[in-house]
Design a protein around this ligand. Structure first.
Ligand code: FE
Length: 181
């Protein structure tokens, strides 16, 4: 196993049991479910791997799980980007960096999307800037990875199911290895 994948596995082993901000699942369960739903939908491997890694920013800071309820945006997408871009190719890193922007985008282009957002997601939406303006949407669509980020976002939103049986992290190790640069 490469050094970085070992590091990722250790992060999940050491911090993955923390609660996923107000949801019914842990960080590890959330990551595995996001990958599972991407796989089930027949998505390409970069999106499956992005599913595993998209919230790694939450494992890299020491803020409490309920920070958003106290008005604090942990900026986990930026932390993830700073960390991941050192080791992984852009097809994985860019959707991760953009997965919060993708939520703000979907709220504008698909107003009914707001209905499926969980309570914690709605609380953090406010801290993250709220729905995008029309200009922000146009700008967002210029990113070559925006569509992948939107896909990732939908798997992220699904990945909050209590006690869902999914494959464990070791299954995804070779998938992650394939995107180490
Ligand atoms: Fe997430």
């Amino acid at each position: 196993m490469s050094e970085i994948i070992e590091k990722v596995v250790h992060l999940f082993e050491n911090h993955g049991d923390s609660q996923y901000g107000g949801e019914a699942v842990s960080q590890l369960e959330h990551a595995l479910q996001a990958a599972h739903f991407a796989d089930e939908a027949g998505e390409k491997k970069s999106i499956i791997v992005a599913g595993i890694l998209h919230d790694i920013g939450h494992l890299l800071h020491h803020l409490p799980d309920d920070a958003p309820e106290n008005g604090i945006d942990d900026l986990h997408e930026n932390l993830a980007n700073d960390f991941l871009q050192q080791y992984f190719t852009p097809e994985v890193v860019e959707p991760v960096r953009l997965h919060v922007a993708a939520k703000r985008y979907l709220c504008t282009v698909e107003p009914e999307y707001l209905d499926i957002l969980s309570e914690p997601s709605i609380i953090s939406l406010g801290l993250q800037g709220g729905p995008m303006s029309a200009d922000e949407c146009t700008e967002f669509e210029k990113n070559p990875f925006y569509a992948d980020a939107v896909k990732l976002r939908r798997f992220d939103d699904q990945a909050k199911i209590e006690n869902l049986q999914v494959k464990d992290l070791s299954f995804y190790v070779p998938y992650m290895e394939a995107f180490v640069k």
